[in-house]
Design a protein around this ligand. Structure first.
Ligand SMILES: [Zn+2]
Length: 168
């Protein structure tokens, strides 16, 4: 296994367009009926005190459409027997990181966490969230991490691996 890389500095620059972020704009304010985000000032945002009656229209936000279509843009693969030992702690950490990211970008979400026998797969609505989660796994638990970006489609694959015993 290669030594863990420190990841991509200065954030991730998208190299392909996100097909769910269309250039067309909605009337403002538009409400996502599924998650309650509001489209205002040309972007989707969480507005806690927003009165839904003020919405001029309803339209599902890009993140909800991705979740419904199961359109995955980032996948974190977790392997190695360390995970089983710290399962709950690691899953909590991932959910906490998601919650923090959502405050910056409400369209960055975990779609699914799928646990199979020897691999856990975390699917996200964005490349940057997958990269961030990989970075946090490496930062918190060591092991090794690798990032792969697809040229044909907008998809980031992050591989994090750790066995139980490791000198850090
Ligand atoms: Zn939504």
């Amino acid at each position: 296994m290669p030594k863990g890389r420190r990841g991509i500095r200065g954030g991730l620059r998208p190299h392909l367009d996100d097909p769910y972020l269309t250039r067309k704009s909605y009337k403002e304010p538009t409400l996502c009926p599924r998650c309650g985000l509001v489209y205002r000032r040309r972007r989707w945002q969480r507005i806690p005190d927003f009165d839904p009656k003020l919405a001029v229209g309803q339209h599902k936000c890009p993140a909800c459409r991705k979740e419904e279509d199961h359109y995955v843009m980032g996948i974190v693969y977790i392997t190695g027997n360390f995970f089983a030992q710290r399962r709950d702690q690691i899953l909590n950490m991932l959910r906490n990181e998601e919650a923090k990211e959502v405050t910056h970008n409400p369209l960055d979400r975990i779609i699914n966490i799928i646990e199979k026998d020897d691999e856990v797969r975390v699917e996200t609505t964005s490349e940057s969230l997958a990269v961030h989660l990989g970075r946090m796994l490496y930062h918190s638990y060591g092991g090794s991490v690798e990032y792969k970006f697809s040229d044909e489609q907008k998809l980031a694959r992050v591989y994090w691996y750790r066995e139980k015993k490791e000198e850090k």
